[in-house]
Design a protein. Structure first.
Ligand SMILES: Cc1cc2nc3c(=O)[nH]c(=O)nc-3n(C[C@H](O)[C@H](O)[C@H](O)COP(=O)(O)OP(=O)(O)OC[C@H]3O[C@@H](n4cnc5c(N)ncnc54)[C@H](O)[C@@H]3O)c2cc1C
Lengths: 417, 1001
């Protein structure tokens, strides 16, 4: 892998940028692999990268039915934070946060991790109770998360209206200063490039249609739109389509898939410094480096695999945004889109072995898995390589829904993004 | 503001006798502080061009000077800020769409200090460094520099206009509409479709984004329909449609999104073109139209030629120059060059020539262009350079020459020009079709994506469907209109004469191919060149989606209307693959950007989210209550008297309730009536408790679980008769419980004969709690015996109160005192409340708010679902095992409850907590540990759910969920706070009247 740097750019500038290497190759699949990862989203690519980098397994294929990074990885609003309530979650998301810091250097790809601060607003007594519970738990877990008065919140984020005018006035806020955003495409591409450089085959336009098992039940490979490909181990990392794939291996998943929408405004000069989320008003917003306001909407009420959600959802979201920031009413929606998110009953992911030998699953990230990408890939690689979970993901089993050992971030009433 | 002192048609580039605005009123406007004159009917673009102004903006990345590319919504360059006043500032408005009004104030964007001298233009010099995706490859060193140094600068440089800083004072409206046929686009095909469909008498809506109907007839000077020139026919057609009451014609209305089930979102700009909009008129109106059939007549969009330096001000689309001339009477130059790959450029050259503009040369990349139009141009003496190409242009703030060369190279010639018109052909506008989830198909011979497989009940007609003559367009439109209403209509408009618009090319033009290092722009706004696209492919981007994201081609505010196909063709060329094999990027709503305000419309201020107030709200206000938001409700929080702060008020209220009595507005509690022969069976299934044997007239505290065994809601339920239950829920839980019940009734228990009715708002609820409660009510109830013997704790009676007001009177308590909850029809709520208040005054009652209610119930250890439980708590964890019917074999959650982890030891259980220092009040949400000295991360064994100062107990009280809490009575635990550790002792969650005698006391 030829290193990226400002000098490399200068060199290429002299010759019309004709000398760059392919960031990743597009090989035809080989007959078999040690590990097949299904799904070239951020999580799948990161898994392949860490398998190669930290576990010496390089005979890997990542199979992608469309184009790499085209799933939720390329559709999300890129909020990164780790101020989750439960110890298990704090462990997992903070592991990811630590990896974000330094990821650009590790991958030699600028993923533009930007710790601009993620602020969650409290509008009533119940919000205060919930957010304070997070702040206190985070503090004892070593996860920085500060409680702010409305005045402090406004100082950090001047567009906030802390007057009593609002339908739901702001009564306080929790701020994770290390939270922020990153560039989603760069995350997928950076991992793809680094994995490809270590010998991983990324095979796009290759849809998995069946999971094959031997007579003793162990996986032996997959049928794809490019034919059968053998594998000793298979990791399913297919977000909204995980239940479809797991069904192919005979495993019924505790997942529901919903369309989740987002939108951006036209670009404008910097006017919004951080990420603001409000669970009560149902709004979250940040501004991209390009200048677009990035706004997350909700899920449709009904499960579906349709990537186009209804206008009423967008409508509801913009109501909330303009209620909180009435000066944005003349901003224009430039693009809206949806992604299919896989939601577990406790809103926490599943990163685990499965009842099928050789089959591993990484899913259930729902509306909030982008932030976990490096951590998730890292511990999932460990799980596949050792046929045993890393201590950090050990609690995120599939069995917990049977035993009831939930990690219920939703019940804790936190926002899930 | 500008005044209209300038004379009519003073503008230098207005051509006498051309256009349709002759005789219109003169208007004044300013651009970047300079005053100009225009006329009624102008767009900001046409008015600026009439004044010879081409330089109007700067590009996103290189800050290159830019002019007008188009005369319509596809415009990538001419974005300006429009300022009406300090609060009314809209960034990124297309000057080509903004209609001129007197006094309009426009400012250019993304430049400093001025449009002509922009410091940011140094980016252009450094542009070899800023190739596609360069930022992914650098700015990584040192590690923190990205966020601290590079990113802030990049952010400053990026962005176009400036976001408004003040709240938007304007109003917006919305309409829902249904129709038989919705026609999008009022060009010739849309009009023909509307004429046919309208004849049937069915409901027709026709919309167009322009201020007038007519579409391409706006500039097509060669069209004649029904013996009239095309434009005149169109206006007459619109007039005849408007005269019908089954037709609605919406101009200035953009169809921006095509959603499921033939729902199309339109936005109508109502006052955007007015100098002095009436403040009571909505600025924009959102239409959500549900149509039986949709006819898409959206036309086609002209593409530019991709060649070196094709972005200088003065270089524009052929159709734009023609529109400015034929509609607005404006010549875009005096010495105009033309560069084309199809016939469309010729009529423009001819029109301009006839209007007295010199055509310096037509450069046509085709070797042997031959048609009547070519001949006509030639006969007018226009120089035609066939088989040649333009390899570059000069001019800093305005194009000054073009360089012409044979396609195969050779000697080059500089031709001086002051404007350059270009056309590489027409792209059918399949955006809405594609949004409808229809699949486009590539038509190889014509190099176009056309509607292929339809997903909804719609049809595309005219240029957006690939028709490339006026005849075919009108035919298709009319036939579709007939078909939509299933009728044969005779009055099909007859096209006497029309133009055609086929042919053209995709991708970089000869001379700007891969071998050249030139800036041949594909996407103007985002500064994406052909070179960038080739580089992306070389770097391994094989999917067009990757190319798009890596280069940002097509991601600007024009959404790639002119650039997408060029980009695709260039990528396909490098990949050496057919165009369809590279794919087409998805068309995402909206078609053109839509203001947030128009989507939000009424839903702001008071109408953002309904504020629910109880019938007693006014009284509470008069008493000086402070309110808190609980869900959508405003609830009286506490009632401070003069000089009292919250603490003092709550203490007094709590004391009063336990010494005499208090009255409390409990109207917000959710209430559901469950009626029917199977009502008890239904209750048995939805709640953990047994109900079958509960006698009519008795109440029971019920717990409802989710399937997973965790507490979902709770409340007291009264059985009014064998077949009728009055259920109460938590305030916040009311809607969700209702849905939960309906869900189960409809999906799991459809065999049960039960009806559910939400009655939350039908009944006002007045809680009267305290030792004196019965004394107070005694004299008010008409016909209910409320003695202990006749009406013990947890019973319910129906009767009347206050001389005939129907009531459901509950004897129940959420304070631990003798208590009643008086339910009366909401309309009587305040009157009965006041009557009780008057009576109560004799007994020194107070009104108490939610805070006192919370304290009083905590003194008794009564839980609040959602505060003392969080969705991970079983009845057992909450100490409510007794509420589970031991003999029951089924209820929602019964299986969940038996899961291994729900019966395992060490679960968090709800206990009381006493701080060692009785004066210390814990913070709700604070975490509990065993050993406060352990290092971080600490092992947390629980947290504080409820915590208050209890005046009645003379100390603080708290409850919390603690691991194995029931087995820890008397243990000391620790609550580490930022400023020190608080010691607490675990106790039973019961702090007052342990024996519970006061319920009857
Ligand atoms: C609108 C929206 C906003 C969001 N906002 C945030 C946010 O702000 N912060 C945050 O942390 N998270 C957010 N998320 C969630 C986040 O995007 C996801 O949790 C995360 O990106 C999931 O990554 P992934 O790699 O698991 O999935 P994906 O990126 O979806 O990758 C899965 C891949 O599997 C492929 N695949 C599926 N089936 C097959 C098959 N049969 N064969 C081969 N390949 C297959 C898919 O094509 C896809 O590329 C948001 C999601 C959406 C939709």
């Amino acid at each position: 892998m030829r290193k990226y740097s400002v000098f490399a750019i200068a060199r290429e500038a002299m010759r019309g940028h004709k000398g760059w290497d392919q960031q990743w190759t597009s090989p035809e699949p080989r007959k078999d692999y040690d590990v097949i990862i299904i799904g070239a989203g951020g999580h799948g690519l990161a898994t392949a990268y860490y398998l190669a980098k930290e576990h010496g397994i390089t005979n890997i294929a990542v199979l992608e039915k469309g184009w790499l990074g085209g799933g939720n990885t390329g559709r999300n609003t890129t909020i990164i934070r780790s101020n989750y309530l439960y110890d298990e979650s704090a462990g997992l998301y903070n592991h990811a946060l630590n990896l974000w810091d330094g990821l650009s250097q590790d991958l030699n790809y600028n993923v533009m991790y930007s710790p601009r601060g993620v602020m969650m607003l409290a509008h009533n007594v119940h919000d205060v109770q919930v957010l304070k519970r997070h702040v206190h738990a985070n503090r004892l877990n070593g996860v920085p998360n500060d409680w702010l008065t409305p005045e402090e919140a406004k100082e950090f984020c001047p567009p906030l209206d802390i007057s009593k005018r609002a339908r739901y006035p702001i009564v306080g806020a929790a701020l994770q200063r290390k939270g922020g955003t990153a560039r989603h495409d760069a995350v997928a591409w950076g991992y793809a490039r680094a994995a490809s450089a270590r010998g991983v085959d990324i095979i796009q336009n290759c849809e998995v249609t069946a999971v094959r098992r031997s007579s003793n039940g162990h996986v032996i490979g997959v049928d794809t739109s490019k034919g059968f490909i053998g594998a000793k181990k298979i990791g399913v990392v297919a977000a909204g389509h995980t239940s479809v794939l797991m069904e192919m291996a005979g495993v019924r998943m505790p997942l529901e898939s919903y369309p989740l929408q987002a939108l951006v405004s036209e670009p404008v000069k910097p006017c919004f410094p951080c990420v603001v989320m409000s669970n009560t008003v149902h709004a979250y917003i940040s501004q991209s480096d390009k200048g677009e306001l990035v706004i997350g909407a909700g899920t449709d009420q009904y499960i579906s695999y349709s990537q186009t959600g209804g206008l009423h959802i967008i409508n509801h979201t913009l109501d909330a945004i303009c209620e909180m920031f009435p000066m944005f009413a003349r901003m224009k929606m430039l693009r809206s889109w949806g992604g299919i998110v896989d939601v577990t009953p406790d809103r926490s992911p599943i990163l685990a072995k499965t009842p099928v030998p050789g089959l591993y699953v990484n899913c259930g990230w729902g509306t909030g898995g982008f932030k976990a990408t490096p951590g998730s890939g890292h511990v999932f690689a460990h799980t596949i390589a050792n046929d045993n979970p890393h201590p950090i993901n050990a609690p995120f089993t599939l069995e917990r829904f049977r035993t009831g050992r939930l990690i219920d971030e939703a019940a804790a009433a936190a926002v899930a993004h | 503001m500008a005044t209209t002192t300038t004379k009519r048609f003073a503008a230098t580039h207005r051509v006498a006798g051309k256009g349709r605005l002759a005789g219109s009123a003169a208007l004044g406007f300013t651009f970047d502080g300079q005053t100009y004159a225009g006329v009624q009917g102008d767009t900001l673009a046409s008015a600026l061009l009439a004044n010879g102004v081409h330089l109007v903006g700067r590009s996103f990345k290189y800050h290159r000077p830019r002019g007008f590319l188009s005369a319509g919504p596809e415009e990538p360059n001419a974005l300006v800020g429009i300022h009406r006043d300090a609060a009314r500032k809209t960034p990124n408005v297309r000057a080509t769409v903004q209609e001129l009004y007197d006094g309009l104030t426009a400012v250019s964007q993304n430049r400093w200090p001025s449009l002509a001298y922009d410091v940011g233009a140094v980016n252009n010099i450094g542009s070899p460094m800023f190739s596609a995706g360069f930022y992914y490859k650098t700015f990584m060193w040192p590690k923190d520099a990205w966020a601290k140094i590079y990113e802030p600068r990049i952010r400053e440089a990026a962005g176009l206009g400036v976001a408004p800083e003040r709240p938007d004072p304007d109003t917006y409206a919305q309409r829902f509409a249904h129709c038989d046929v919705l026609i999008v686009g009022a060009g010739p095909s849309g009009l023909a479709a509307a004429l046919a469909a309208a004849e049937s008498g069915q409901r027709v809506i026709l919309c167009d984004e322009q201020p007038d109907v007519g579409g391409a007839l706006r500039y097509e000077s060669g069209a004649s329909i029904e013996g009239q020139d095309g434009w005149t026919w169109a206006q007459a057609a619109a007039a005849s449609l408007l005269a019908r009451d089954n037709v609605r014609v919406l101009t200035r209305t953009t169809a921006f999104g095509y959603y499921a089930q033939n729902m199309v979102g339109l936005v109508e700009r109502v006052t955007e073109h007015l100098a002095h909009p009436d403040l009571t008129t909505p600025r924009e109106r959102l239409w959500q139209v549900r149509a039986k059939k949709v006819i898409l007549a959206a036309g086609a969009i002209e593409r530019h030629m991709v060649f070196a330096d094709n972005d200088r001000p003065g270089i524009m689309l052929v159709s734009a120059a023609r529109t400015y001339l034929n509609h607005y009477g404006v010549a875009v130059g005096r010495n105009v060059g033309v560069f084309t790959a199809n016939d469309s450029a010729y009529p423009a050259a001819i029109d301009l020539k006839k209007a007295g503009v010199n055509i310096a040369a037509i450069v046509d990349i085709r070797d042997n262009p031959s048609s009547a139009l070519v001949e006509e141009a030639r006969s007018l003496g226009i120089e035609i350079n066939a088989g040649r190409t333009v390899t570059g242009t000069d001019g800093r703030l305005r194009v000054s020459s073009m360089t012409v060369q044979a396609k195969s190279g050779g000697p080059a010639r500089k031709v001086p020009i002051d404007a350059l018109l270009m056309s590489s052909g027409w792209t059918p506008s399949v955006h809405l079709f594609s949004q409808s989830r229809g699949k486009v198909a590539f038509d190889e011979p014509t190099l176009r994506f056309l509607p292929g497989i339809y997903a909804q009940d719609c049809i595309s007609v005219g240029a957006c469907n690939g028709a490339d003559s006026l005849d075919a367009t009108v035919d298709e439109g009319f036939a579709a209109g007939e078909k939509a209403v299933r009728a044969t209509i005779s009055a099909k408009p007859k096209v006497d004469k029309g133009e055609t618009w086929g042919g053209g090319m995709l991708g970089a033009s000869p001379g700007s191919g891969p071998e050249q290092i030139v800036k041949a722009f594909v996407d103007f706004q985002n500064d994406v060149t052909a070179k960038d696209i080739r580089q992306a492919v070389r770097e391994g981007m094989r999917s067009i989606e990757h190319v798009k994201r890596f280069t940002t081609n097509g991601m600007a505010t024009d959404q790639g209307k002119t650039s997408n196909l060029h980009g695709l063709a260039i990528a396909a060329e490098v990949l050496d693959k057919p165009i369809p094999a590279v794919g087409l990027t998805t068309f995402r709503a909206p078609y053109t950007p839509v203001t947030f305000g128009s989507i939000v419309n009424h839903a702001k201020g008071e109408l953002f989210d309904p504020t629910r107030r109880t019938p007693m709200h006014g009284w509470e206000e008069q008493q000086g209550a402070v309110f808190e938001d609980v869900g959508q409700w405003k609830r009286a929080w506490y009632y401070p008297r003069k000089g009292e702060d919250m603490h003092a008020a709550v203490n007094r209220e709590c004391k009063t309730v336990r010494t005499s009595a208090g009255i409390f507005d409990a109207s917000t509690l959710g209430k559901i009536e469950i009626v029917g022969p199977d009502a008890a069976k239904f209750m048995e299934l939805l709640y953990t408790n047994p109900w079958a044997k509960l006698e009519a007239g008795r109440c029971r505290y019920g717990i409802m679980l989710r399937e997973d065994g965790f507490i979902y809601d709770d409340g007291v339920v009264g059985r009014l008769s064998d077949h009728r239950f009055h259920v109460t829920t938590t305030t916040g839980g009311a809607p969700r419980v209702m849905h939960h019940m309906e869900d189960y009734l409809q999906t799991e228990f459809p065999h049960l004969d039960v009806w559910l009715t939400s009655i939350t708002e039908q009944w006002a609820v007045i809680a009267v709690q305290g030792p004196k409660s019965r004394d107070i009510l005694q004299s008010l109830v008409d016909n209910i015996d409320i003695s202990d013997a006749a009406m013990p704790h947890m019973s319910v009676r129906e009767g009347t109160i206050c001389g005939g007001v129907p009531t459901r009177l509950f004897r129940m308590s959420f304070t631990g005192e003798r208590g009643f909850e008086v339910n009366v029809p909401a309309d009587y709520g305040r009157a009965v409340w006041e009557a009780i208040w008057e009576e109560g005054k004799k007994h020194d009652v107070c009104a108490y708010g939610t805070e006192a209610m919370h304290v009083l119930r905590a003194e008794k250890g009564y839980i609040i679902v959602g505060q003392d439980t969080d969705g991970t708590v079983t009845p057992g964890d909450a100490g409510l095992d007794w509420a589970i019917g031991k003999k029951k074999s089924d209820f929602v959650g019964i299986r969940g409850l038996t899961r291994p982890d729900l019966v395992a030891p060490g679960r968090r259980q709800l206990v009381g907590l006493r701080t060692k220092d009785p004066k210390t009040v814990l913070e709700e949400g604070a975490q509990i540990v065993d050993d406060p000295k352990q290092p971080i991360p600490m092992k947390m064994i629980g947290f504080v759910t409820s915590s208050y100062w209890s005046e009645n107990c003379g100390r603080s009280i708290a409850m919390g969920l603690v691991e194995g809490g029931f087995g820890r009575m008397g243990e000391t635990l620790h609550v580490p706070m930022p400023d020190g550790v608080i010691e607490v002792e675990v106790c039973k969650p019961l702090f007052f009247d342990e024996k519970g005698e006061r319920l009857n006391g």
